[in-house]
Design a protein around this ligand. Structure first.
Ligand SMILES: Cc1ncc(COP(=O)(O)O)c(C=O)c1O
Length: 390
């Protein structure tokens, strides 16, 4: 049998693989696990969204290819949603493109712009597809450390000008995975100035723009003056409306970049399933009540988990957005050893910070993807675990 490509061998942080293997072996031993490791929404989509999806599925004319650009209706609805939510005006013909989940665009944008040896600025810690997509395209990563002291924003002033001149893309993501940090409009304005100076395309991943707490409304990168001249923004309908398996997202912004991604994708896929586009359009046009319910549910989980862990002696910063808590390791262990022990001894699965990059060391990521009853049990287990460790 032929060997898989070298390209494939270089994929995937070994920490993720190690934690996955551990989880599987614990499951095999019959251990009851509470999984706080994956960022997959556990809540059901709004019933009306499901109803639109199911009705469309029954129609006989919904099974053709929708092609890369999707339906005009969907692109128009995305543009309207952007105007209502952020006050950003988009041309639905040239500045909006549907995606099979935002991941589709995040992975493929590298193939559209990166040749062998080209540089891209990638946050560290960061959501793994940025490094993986860059690697698959043969590019080289310039890590941008996300440090606690800088609110987990990259310090733009510290980026080496020589590397900036060579870089073609910069990735950003706020509300952030894994750190749960949020960004201000003034930060995005600084980024636009930098990108214009060095001719860098900004790719902002806004997958969690609609998951924020206590009335906080994350800004869009495209709200920054001049942003559309140099960048694009990825949105996740899958995340926002709990439709993770019904793959849907979209990318908006600079028409050249959106067009280039569209050109690449037209060689790879035949578009999103029409009923999924219809359900997404319905969701984006809806009252957005399901978003509010979602925010309230995650906020309750956040408060429960943070309060419970604090009572167990584990203090964690309170996130303003995203479905994650980025918690400092509460023992004197490294993040991998701590996560491994917590899995083996307490049956609670979290992701060691190192899995997201070297600068993730010292932290673990907890995903708030279980209901409150399960989280109560997780807190009890964490309490017991930590009292044995100390
Ligand atoms: C930061 C971030 N971006 C993008 C995605 C991909 O989401 P989807 O492809 O479902 O839109 C995820 C999923 O976990 C994520 O955490």
């Amino acid at each position: 049998m032929q060997k898989p490509s070298v390209r494939l061998e270089g994929l995937g942080a070994s920490v993720f693989t190690e934690m996955d293997d551990l989880k599987r072996s614990l499951e095999k031993q019959g251990k009851n696990l509470i999984n706080l490791s994956i960022g997959s929404p556990d809540r059901a989509p709004d019933l009306q969204i499901r109803s639109v999806l199911s009705q469309a599925v029954l129609e006989g004319d919904q099974y053709g290819y929708t092609l890369t650009r999707g339906t005009e209706e969907f692109r128009q609805v995305c543009a309207q949603w952007y105007k209502d939510r952020f006050g950003v005006i988009l041309n639905p013909e040239t500045e909006v493109l549907p995606l099979m989940g935002s991941q589709d665009g995040l992975a493929h944008i590298f193939l559209a712009y990166i040749d062998s040896g080209d540089l891209a600025l990638i946050p560290d810690p960061g959501y793994p597809i940025y490094s993986a997509g860059l690697w698959l395209a043969g590019g080289k990563k310039v890590p941008m450390p996300l440090l606690k002291d800088n609110g987990f924003l990259p310090d733009i002033s510290k980026i080496d000008p020589d590397l900036a001149r060579q870089a073609k893309l910069m990735f950003l993501n706020y509300p952030n995975n894994p750190t749960a940090a949020v960004a201000s409009l003034s930060f995005f304005e600084e980024v636009v100035e930098f990108a214009a100076k060095y001719d860098i395309i900004i790719c902002h991943d806004a997958a969690y723009s609609e998951l924020a707490f206590e009335g906080f409304k994350p800004v869009s990168f495209l709200q920054a003056r001049g942003a559309k001249d140099i960048g694009i923004e990825f949105h996740s309908v899958s995340k926002t409306y709990n439709l993770a398996g019904a793959r849907l997202g979209f990318v908006v912004g600079n028409s050249d970049v959106v067009g280039t991604l569209s050109q690449l994708k037209s060689n790879i896929d035949y578009g999103v399933f029409a009923p999924v586009l219809a359900a997404g359009a319905y969701a984006l046009r809806s009252s957005q009540g399901s978003i509010k319910e979602n925010q309230e549910a995650y906020q309750r989980r956040r408060d429960l988990l943070i309060g419970g862990c604090a009572a167990a002696g584990w203090e964690m910063p309170v996130p303003q957005g995203s479905m994650f808590i980025w918690a400092p390791v509460p023992t004197d262990q490294d993040s991998v050893t701590f996560a491994r022990d917590l899995a083996r001894e307490a049956g609670v699965i979290v992701v060691p910070g190192l899995a997201f990059g070297d600068y993730g060391e010292g932290f673990v990521r907890l995903a708030m993807v279980q209901d409150e009853k399960v989280l109560q049990e997780a807190i009890l287990r964490i309490h017991r675990f930590l009292s044995q460790k100390r």
